[in-house]
Design a protein around this ligand. Structure first.
Ligand code: PEP
Ligand code: MG
Length: 570
């Protein structure tokens, strides 16, 4: 038996075979051939097989993810039918090259050609050619290509890393969990795993080396443990743990009908974080008090171009209508950092989390920003919309973003478009500078939502994605607690409300502290809502206020954690 320890990021226990997502070996040698016809036949066969495969992927992608996401496979099929490209490969084979080499040469030529074009759309076709030629090469070499969008049995995905867009493609029907070598607790893949409600472990360092494709594994996403070759006793132990967890989950369902209120009567809101309109269903299922964070960037991913105003309007309207008047906080586009849009051609950066991201891009590329704001304003007529801007560092950024919003609103109103009477507009507090001058912001914004995922990484200068410095990623660090308190106090002084939509809002050690500080709204993955409601129902706000004084005298995160565990019997 072998045990690997990683960082626990999404709770639950899974038993399934490993599906190792590693790049296949597609190396080949250049050879001179004599039988041209046989080589042309090999190419023809590889094209036919690739087409069959792509047709199957296209059908399943349409079913599972819709027409939009399937479009990329249609583009790949069309490339395989492109007479110019196929003729060029055949021509090369006729000069005496083997099919692999001919394919490599011709596709490289086309890739260079497309990459050199001015038009962004054409530049992106280079990536399609790269993908298609990889598939063809795999068929020529008889190497199996792995494809996570076409699973038909239960698996646990094992990969060096999973990008947010790959994670968004995972089909929870078959993907029972995932494990990555790198990453931290608040990397977006980890956040998505929690929203899919599947166990996940990141930062497992040697997982891809130690785990064989197809081998049976057990993963414990609550404690970050991966077990290979489990003994019957260990398997029985985890089966029992799994049952206990299931039991706890079903007991929590009782809280669906209860309000979010502390034992001594302090009401708060426990809202959901979503990435796609489909996620709303999960929040509604657990009777979330609203949506505290709609990460709209996921509407922009897995596509070939920006979503237009109408598409966005429909998505926002669906979310607002499904929430039936409950508060729905939509965050404007937060791209950059670990979230990429290939078609936007963002520059590669030394420090992406400190670079060109979120509001910085939106204020720079205003046409894109204005489109999103118009879609939001139009959708506001269908529910209780609140808008917030991410990554605000300065008052100028906030004022400019708000001004642009007002301009778009005035234009739409002039055209007679219906817009909600009062739309609250706020900012995310994710940068220590903003937290420090919360008193100044509080005079102008309608609300704050504290984004601790970023706030912690910036306060402790510790990359949220880097498992080697994850020990410094400390939500209970006195500096983080002081910043949060500063924001809440400043807002309350001006009669404004404060939410938290970072992962800390669902952290059972942090919840008593946040409640005591007076946090008004806790926003989290739908799967954590009932557990949080149950925890708050057992806490007394008045008693916690006294503990808070003591907590603020402690000097380390470890002391805070120990204090909470000891005094609040956790
Ligand atoms: C945060 O930073 O806490 C947050 C909610 O935003 P994101 O995780 O999308 O960066
Ligand atoms: Mg953030």
């Amino acid at each position: 038996m072998l045990e690997i320890q990683g960082i626990a990021v999404s709770e639950g226990i899974a038993f399934a075979n490993a599906y190792c997502l590693v790049e296949p070996d597609l190396s080949f040698e250049q050879m001179a051939i004599t039988d041209v016809e046989a080589e042309l036949e090999r190419l023809k066969e590889a094209i036919a097989q690739s087409k069959l495969e792509l047709q199957a992927i296209l059908t399943s992608a349409r079913d599972k993810f819709g027409e939009d996401k399937a479009a990329i496979f249609m583009a790949h099929l069309l490339l395989l039918e492109d007479p110019e490209m196929v003729a060029a490969i055949e021509e090369k084979i006729r000069t005496g090259c083997n099919a692999e080499y001919a394919l490599h040469e011709v596709s490289n030529m086309f890739i260079a050609l497309f990459e050199g074009m001015d038009n962004v759309y054409m530049q992106e076709r280079a990536a399609d050619i790269r993908d298609v030629s990889k598939r063809l090469l795999a068929h020529l070499l008889h190497v199996e290509m792995l494809d996570i969008s076409r699973l038909s049995t239960d698996v646990i995905i094992v990969a060096e890393d999973l990008t947010p867009s790959m994670t968004a493609q995972l089909d929870p029907q078959y993907v029972k969990g995932f494990i990555t070598d790198i990453g931290g607790r608040t990397s977006h893949s980890a956040i998505l795993a929690r929203s899919l409600d599947i166990p996940a472990i990141v930062g497992a360092k040697t997982a891809t080396q130690a785990i064989q494709h197809g081998s049976a594994i057990i993963m414990d996403g609550t404690n970050g443990k991966i077990i290979l070759n489990a003994t019957p006793e260990v398997t029985a132990f985890y089966e029992q743990q799994h049952q206990i967890l299931q039991q706890q989950r079903s007991e929590l369902l009782h809280y669906r009908t209860l309000s979010s209120i502390s034992a001594d009567g302090r009401s708060v809101e426990i809202a959901g974080n979503i990435g796609k309109p489909e996620d709303v269903e999960k929040v509604v299922h657990v009777a979330g008090d609203g949506i505290g964070l709609f990460r709209t960037e996921f509407l922009y991913m897995e596509r070939q171009e920006l979503p237009n105003e109408e598409e966005q309007f429909q998505a926002y309207r669906t979310v607002l209508e499904s929430m039936h008047g409950k508060p729905t906080v939509v965050r404007t586009l937060d791209i950059g950092g670990d979230k990429h849009l290939p078609y936007l051609q963002l520059p590669a950066e030394m420090n992406p989390f400190l670079g060109y991201r979120a509001i910085r891009i939106c204020l720079d590329q205003q046409a894109m920003f204005r489109t999103q704001l118009r879609a939001l304003l139009r959708a506001s007529a269908y529910g209780n919309l609140k808008i917030m801007f991410p990554m605000i560092a300065t008052l100028e950024e906030w004022r400019t973003a708000k001004q642009i919003l007002l301009e778009e609103k005035a234009q739409l109103q002039a055209q007679g478009v219906a817009i909600a009477e009062a739309i609250e507009v706020g900012i995310m507090v994710e940068i220590p500078a903003a937290a420090m001058i919360a008193d100044l912001f509080a005079q102008e914004v309608d609300f704050f939502s504290i984004g601790t995922n970023d706030l912690i990484q910036y306060t402790l200068a510790t990359d949220r994605m880097n498992e080697n410095v994850s020990y410094l990623y400390q939500p209970y660090h006195p500096a983080v607690l002081r910043l949060i308190k500063n924001v809440i106090d400043a807002a309350h002084k001006q009669g404004k409300w404060v939410g938290m939509c970072g992962e800390m809002a669902a952290d059972s050690i942090a919840i008593p502290i946040l409640l005591a500080m007076g946090l008004d709204e806790f926003s989290m993955n739908a799967s954590a809502i009932l557990k949080t409601r149950a925890q708050i129902a057992k806490l007394s706000y008045k008693q916690l206020e006294q503990h808070l004084e003591h907590i603020f005298m402690l000097s380390t995160a470890a002391e805070v954690e120990a204090y909470i565990k000891k005094n609040l019997s956790m």
